[in-house]
Design a protein around this ligand. Sequence first.
Ligand code: IMP
Length: 421
Amino acid sequence: MATAVLGLQWGDEGKGKITHLLAREADMVVRFNGGPNAGHTVIDRGVKFGTHLVPAGVFYPDTVNVLAGGMVIDLEILREEVETVAAHIGETPELLIAENAHLILPYHRLLEELEGSGAHFGTTRRGIAPTYRDKAAKVGVRAGDLLRPDRLAKRLEWRLDLLKRQWPESEEVAKLDAVQLTEDLLSVAGPLAASIGGATAAIAFALDEKRNVLFEGAQGTLLDVDHGTYPYVTSSATTYAGLGNSIGIPAPVVSQRLGVVKAYQTRVGAGPFPTELEDEIGAGFQQRGGEFGVTTGRPRRCGWLDLVALRYAVALNGVTDLALTKIDVLSGCEEVRVCRAYSIEGEEIERFPVSAEVLEDCRPVYDVLPGWRESLGEIGSLCDLPEAATAYVTHIEEAVGVPIEIVSVGPEPEATIYRGL
Ligand code: IMP
């Protein structure tokens, strides 16, 4: 059985907790997009981790963890994460790195600063866009190049030469040296080099053998480079549609496409956000929900749940069921609002606009539901939820036409309600 876990908002939906829970039963966990811009919060045996690159299966010794071809990898961060998790679980997690995954190199971060794109878009400043741009421009360096040091050195020499011609006045660029960089990369890669290669074949085999494969998405649908709120997006395909291309298997059979949605909306960085609350209600979500970036520590912008955007994300990912997270954060709200449509130029629309400029002009049209006072953290069954919280869950299900199978009521693995239990 294969499952994909997909973010349905602007990231930070709580995919980390959900994938960690599901990974317990998985034979293989495949992270398929993005890089260390992701920040997945995981509590494993009482210890809290903020992971950026390693798939959630690393916490379970018998699980194979794949970093697929659609990813961009910062070797230093990966090495550090693997070592931290190894110390925690008492053995080195099993890892496979796709040869065609691109490497984030020191000059990619530098470029984000030199060009000012990090500040303009409010990116995570992890060199994500320059790395994906190098990939598309055919000047990138891939994980597989680490296996052929001569080729790696030549490629870096050529790339740095180009960079120096583009940035003749930058002292930091002038200092970059291909021989040194090659040495540094090989040294940081160290034991990871043995894990490079064979990713697509391993995934194909696991799927053919009907093993339990979990595909772990990063970021969220509204940050997808093609279908998100461009240009306020990340640089990879974050949706189910991008999965096949990333892993190199056309239309893989993934029977469960589990969409993760937070009970309210958040966004970090710049870009339109129709339901944003710049008042004490939004500040309350930020405080109670701990809405500060795992990767950057930045406060997240908060607002009411946007059902227009959610319906769009559900359709785009072919979502079969939902995990609703952080509903406990809404406790104490006198009323709870959900955006059912947008109003633009005197007209009501229910379709999510492709253009970020149009979305910028959209105003939310809300349905108002009753709130609830009770805290939800201890609740273990859907039928024990307060009436108003149940009405909220049902309202979302009916609005998007997909069942909610998991409800998360706190960060710990135990604070999870499964439908039917
Ligand atoms: P980049 O991916 O660092 O280029 O950032 C582009 C946009 O995506 C910025 O608004 C980031 O804040 C946002 N972003 C990237 N990764 C994540 C994530 O994992 N969670 C939430 N936002 C993200």
